[in-house]
Ligand binder design. Structure first.
Ligand code: ADP
Ligand code: MG
Length: 294
């Protein structure tokens, strides 16, 4: 065609289901020295399911009451884990109470008032870092099985632990292999989830550089560290918690289908079709276009 190479690359990227926001972005995609991938919603399908419901013995709660308590607090949240908890309660036909005073902390969890009690649902590492509440046994057992363990507190006391499992995307392994080939370096994994679950999944994919338990600003700090070493980092993420890293990166790509508005706005490009394999494809397209431009 007679179109300038970068413009036809944008059009081609569109055919692969990737929307690059400018010609400059299209050019930068191929310059990446390494790729950093978010876990939940990026390497995994982002449609996790509740697999375990373990009420704390001292709480007096049964499985259903623990689940509805958590679901009520999670109901206002758009986080994939929150949606899985609400979905599990619905599947059991449980009525979800109204939450007030809802707050969410990206990378950590949520808090809300349910029927006069303060209910917190989130990462054990953030809610109870020193295991003052004694839930660590259940948490470790679940994480050892590759699950995300979520702690539920009512008025500061343990109500129980939920185990949540997410599936790898079918094209995750091939995508990691293709990106390794293209950049000459295996991608890194950036996740707010626990180290055990993250390492288990990374091992399946051939990823060894695993940074777990990260808050949104920690993900950005990791990216800035690599950039300070002269590495141009391509970050791929989907969540509000990925926005600072997407902004810090040389180039940021958001997963569009389940991606949060903030991630989509912050990223330089968006995967509009829900296929991870589009990412190595557009990196290769960008390189080909640059060869034509230079
Ligand atoms: P990732 O970086 O893998 O996309 P997030 O940063 O979104 O994961 O979440 C990190 C951790 O924070 C989760 O594994 C979970 O423990 C906790 N968390 C965050 N949001 C919620 C929520 N709405 N409900 C329960 N736990 C949450
Ligand atoms: Mg995510």
């Amino acid at each position: 065609s007679t179109m300038p190479p970068l413009l036809s690359a944008i059009a081609n990227a569109g055919r692969h289901g990737v929307l690059a926001k400018s010609a400059v972005v299209m050019e930068r995609l191929g310059q990446a020295d390494m790729v950093a991938l978010d876990k939940t919603g990026t390497l995994t399908e982002g449609t996790p399911r509740v697999t375990d419901i373990r009420p704390a013995p001292a709480s007096g709660l049964d499985e259903d009451t623990l689940l509805v308590l958590a679901a009520a607090a999670e109901h206002p949240s758009e986080h994939p884990l929150a949606r899985s908890v609400v979905q599990a309660a619905r599947e059991r036909g449980l009525a979800i109470a109204e939450a007030t005073d809802f707050t969410s902390t990206p990378g950590a969890g949520v808090s809300a008032t349910i029927a006069g009690s303060t209910v917190q649902v989130g990462s054990p590492a953030h809610l109870d870092p020193t295991d003052r509440l004694g839930a660590a046994g259940d948490v470790r057992a679940l994480e050892g099985e590759g699950r995300t363990a979520v702690l539920v507190l009512r008025d500061g006391a343990p109500a129980g632990v939920l185990g949540i499992a997410d599936r790898l995307r079918p094209d995750a392994k091939a995508t990691v292999a293709a990106l390794t080939e293209l950049t000459g370096r295996a991608p890194a994994l950036l996740t707010g989830d626990n180290e055990r679950a993250a390492r288990r999944l990374a091992a399946e994919l051939g990823i060894t550089d695993v940074r777990a338990g990260l808050l949104p600003q920690d993900k950005a700090a990791a990216v800035r560290e690599w950039e300070a070493q002269g590495l141009r980092v391509l970050v791929v993420g989907d969540g509000v918690n990925d926005a600072p890293a997407l902004a810090a990166a040389h180039t940021g790509i958001a997963m569009g289908k389940a991606g949060s508005d903030l991630a989509l706005e912050t990223a330089d490009a968006v995967v509009v079709r829900d296929e991870l394999a589009a990412i190595p494809a557009v990196v290769a397209l960008s390189r080909r276009a640059r060869r034509l431009v230079l």
